[in-house]
Structure formats: structure tokens, C-alpha cells
Design a protein around this ligand. Sequence first.
Ligand code: PGA
Length: 252
Amino acid sequence: MRKKIVAGNWKCNTTVQEGVELAKAVNELVAKADAKNVVVVLGTPFTHITSVVSAVDASLINVAAQNCAAEAKGAFTGEVSAAMVKSTGATHVILGHSERREYYGETSEILNKKVALALANGLTPIYCCGEALSIREANEQNAYVKTQLEETIFNLSVEDFSKLSIAYEPIWAIGTGVTASTAQAQEMLAYIRGLIADKFGKAVAEETSILYGGSCNAKNAPELFSQPDIDGGLIGGASLKAEDFLGIITAY
Ligand code: PGA
């Protein structure tokens, strides 16, 4: 059975000290809750990872980076490589978030390299895709997301593809308080699963965890997570408060 995953994306929020406190609070709540069937991931800033990894119980909480370099190592000032991320104790890396694509010019070509390096270093990519409002309004979201997948992760071997998770995040729903309707989210995730089946076979498609992201919170999570193709969420704003985040983790 494919994994249920609830991943927090803290983005550029919290100091190291605040992040450690938040991680400890999440750890404490998860330890008390009955959430054994959910893989919990905290996507922290690079600076926090080592401290957060030390502060949590690895059997309850996984830690992710929100990015990694497109090069293995060398003269790339300010970059953090996949090997460096792995050496912190992080297990996952969020790649291709729309904010990285939009504000930092991450193209499919760059993401190809990042995904390959993450996998080569034993990190699990949480690969993000999703369309802008204008594309949704033109009803071109399926073709758009298909191209994103084809250009970045559909060229992987079946073996490598089987290691990653996908997060569908419509840009118009991120941080806006406007969640995609349950039907819109389910429809897109079923579509993505169909594309995976066409490309890698039905068995691989059935095992791939596909998450929804975009203004997901403790209130709307139960309905979203009740859908057959929604295997969890990538959570921004609501992952910054331990109780809110727990409400999503226990929404199954
Ligand atoms: P949000 O962000 O939950 O604040 O909408 C989701 C994301 O960008 O991953």
C-alpha cells in the first residue's frame, strides 16, 4: 500500500531556535497521537536541519530540505549540495516548488539535475508541480502539468521514479486561503496517476504517493484526504503551528 505523507514546508520562516521548538512540539504531539500510518516530514530551512534532526525522534519525524543544488560540488557560492543535505540526516528534499520556479528561475533542465542528484545521494524527492490561475482559467491545467512531469521526472528509470513522491500544488491555491475544491484536487491527482500508469505501468502508479498542497489546513484536510488518489498534503502556513499541523496529520 502506498504511503500517506504529511509534509510541512516551513519556507523562509523561523530562526533555528524557533524551528527547534516547533519541531519538538510537533514531535511531542505526534508521539501522543495515533498517527503511525502517516509519514510525517518537516521541510525546514537548510540552517535548521541538523538541529531539528537531533531534536526529533527519527522513527516519528522525517526532515526535509526545501531545495538542493543542481551541481554535485565545487565553486558555486551559496549553494547547498544534495550530498551536504544527506549528511545532515535529512531524508527528503522538496524540489520544483512553484516559488523556486517563479522567483529563482528553476527550469525543467535545472530540476532534472536536482532530482538526479537527490536520488543519487539517497534523498527522497517530493517533486512539486502545478499550474497558475491563468492556465486553470483556460482549462489547460492537465496539459501543463503533464509537460512539467514529462520534462523533469518521466525521464527517470522505473527504479528511480519509484523512490519519489509528487505534490500537486495549484499556484492559485498556495498561501491564498483558496483551496482547490476536493473534486478539482482529486481529479488532477487521478489524472497524474493515470499518466504514471501510462509511462511506468499500473503497479508503479498504484505505489506512488501523490500529495495535494495549497491552503490545506486541519479543517479541509479530512475531506481532501478522504479521496482515493490524495495520499496526503504538502503544507505551508498550517505547518508553522504544531497543533494545526497535528490536526492535518490526524485527518486520516
Ligand atoms: P500553503 O503552502 O499551505 O501556505 O498554501 C503550500 C506550499 O506552498 O507548499
